[in-house]
Design a protein around this ligand. Structure first.
Ligand SMILES: [Zn+2]
Length: 106
């Protein structure tokens, strides 16, 4: 069973809304979650759907090729996502008004 990631995008931004300084590994993770946010805020569709973002995991050292699926939770404030191949999954919060918010949902 994979871990569930709970990510608040605001934690990675400074007071001006720019990316904070962080190690590359953390930065890659943030950009990955950011891609999911960008996709979900650029479509007018709440339902579970593929996001065009490829899974970042490499179970047993083989790159997972799953396409991350995501949907908005009931109150729209969190995005639920999962990988249909490896089961990696999580929630993204605090994405509103960030640099990844494409604004279609306003
Ligand atoms: Zn995967």
């Amino acid at each position: 069973m994979a871990d569930t990631w709970v990510t608040d995008m605001r934690h990675f931004l400074d007071e001006t809304g720019s990316l904070s300084e962080m190690p590359n590994q953390a930065l890659n993770l943030v950009l990955y979650f950011g891609s999911i946010v960008a996709w979900m805020t650029s479509v007018r569709d709440d339902t579970m759907q593929p996001t065009n973002v490829t899974c970042r995991r490499s179970p047993k050292r083989r790159r997972c090729v799953g396409e991350i699926c995501a949907s908005f939770e009931d109150d729209s404030s969190s995005i639920a996502w999962f990988c249909p191949l490896c089961g990696d999954n999580g929630f993204i919060r605090g994405w509103e008004e960030t640099l990844w918010d494409r604004g279609v949902r306003k």
